[in-house]
Design a protein around this ligand. Structure first.
Ligand code: SF4
Length: 352
């Protein structure tokens, strides 16, 4: 346990009272100490294998509630193979694969899918699923998270994205979602994943009904788990995108929803760099913030712009206007023009 780190109370004070540019400068100094003046990016493709979901998240515009819904889908192996082949052609080395909590999907379906992908495309890194998906199939199989994850690891799972975290405070989760795992389960799945030697990212969705205290509690839970396992690769905060969701603040019933401004996002980004002293990397969400804020984010503690995103469906369903499928040259230019040295990375931040 580090002793000179800031406390939850100090972080809350900084969040509310610190001068904006001072916060950014402090975060930037830490980022430079950890990673030099470098900005990372990677090439990957999001594959959302199904949009059928038994959970009800008020912030989600992607899911369809039943298999029979006219807009529901479940990708076939052939469709997934063709998406991976396209991604490989575009220089991608990994896929990020997630989907809804399909009521009929079992652990065997997940295992067979990963195994099929690794047999058809042995070089692709499978960065897939999330704690809610793992919990969903583990409960159905009647086995532990660790046994579930071990079977997926044996099939070829390479690492896990940090999806489904939103805000790791149950009083918030209970108001914005039903049928999805709670805070402790999210943390338990991540701990089990790290215990079997796989690593993951961690995320946070801000700009809805959460307070600064909730955000810092979320960071604190991640920091504590990282002290224990060291299994988190990076932290990625992003902002709620309201269009087509049940939490759109334009509806009268959602007067309590406060979308995050770029100013607030950057404060949180800087604060996360300061608070998460045991995380090596912080990613600014290019997808939800766009190029201009992302460039500033590289001066507010972030050292990574994430993916070119050959395909993305979840955040775009909620009206996110940002460009996907950026050209590699443009990504390099965005980082270089922010004054950093760009480098293409793999999942574990090795230069490729
Ligand atoms: S966020 Fe995920 S778990 Fe929640 S409704 Fe959407 S697809 Fe389902």
């Amino acid at each position: 346990m580090k002793t000179n780190r800031i406390s939850l109370e100090e972080a809350l004070d900084l969040a509310k009272n610190a001068d904006f540019l001072t916060l950014g400068r402090l975060a930037r100094e830490i980022a430079c100490k950890k990673n030099g003046k470098r900005g990372a990016y990677l090439i990957d493709r999001n594959i959302n294998y199904t949009n059928v979901c038994s959970a009800r998240c008020n912030f989600c515009a992607f899911y369809r509630p039943t298999v029979n819904h006219r807009e529901s889908y479940n990708l076939t192996y052939a469709e997934i193979d063709s998406k991976i082949a396209e991604a490989l052609e575009m220089g991608s080395r990994r896929i990020l694969m997630q989907g809804g909590l399909h009521p009929d999907h079992t652990l065997d379906d997940y295992v067979n899918l990963v195994s099929h992908i690794k047999k058809s495309h042995p070089t692709i890194h499978v960065h897939a699923f999330s704690p809610p998906e793992i919990h969903h199939v583990a409960v159905k199989a009647g086995i532990s998270h660790e046994e579930t994850l071990t079977r997926l690891k044996e099939a070829g799972l390479g690492s896990m994205p940090g999806g489904g975290a939103e805000i790791l405070v149950d009083s918030v989760r209970d108001r914005i979602m039903t049928g999805k795992c709670n805070t402790q389960t999210w943390l338990d799945v991540m701990e089990a994943l790290h215990r079997i030697g796989l690593r993951s990212s961690a995320t946070m969705m801000i700009g809805h009904i959460e307070s600064w205290k909730d955000r810092i509690e979320h960071l604190d839970r991640l920091r504590s788990l990282q002290d224990k396992t060291g299994g988190f690769i990076s932290f990625v905060p992003w902002t709620f995108q309201p269009e087509n969701t049940a939490m759109n603040p334009q509806a009268k019933r959602n007067r309590n929803v406060k979308l995050a401004t770029p100013y607030e996002y950057l404060r949180l980004l800087a604060l996360s760099r300061i608070y998460l002293d045991n995380f090596d990397h912080i990613q600014v969400s290019l997808l939800t913030q766009g190029t201009k804020v992302a460039q500033i984010g590289l001066h507010f503690g972030a050292d990574d712009l994430g993916s070119l995103l050959i395909e993305e469906n979840v955040v775009r369903s909620a009206g996110c206007p940002q460009e996907v499928g950026l050209k590699k040259e443009k990504m390099i230019r965005i980082i270089r023009e922010a004054g950093l040295e760009p480098y293409e990375r793999d999942t574990f931040y090795n230069r490729v």
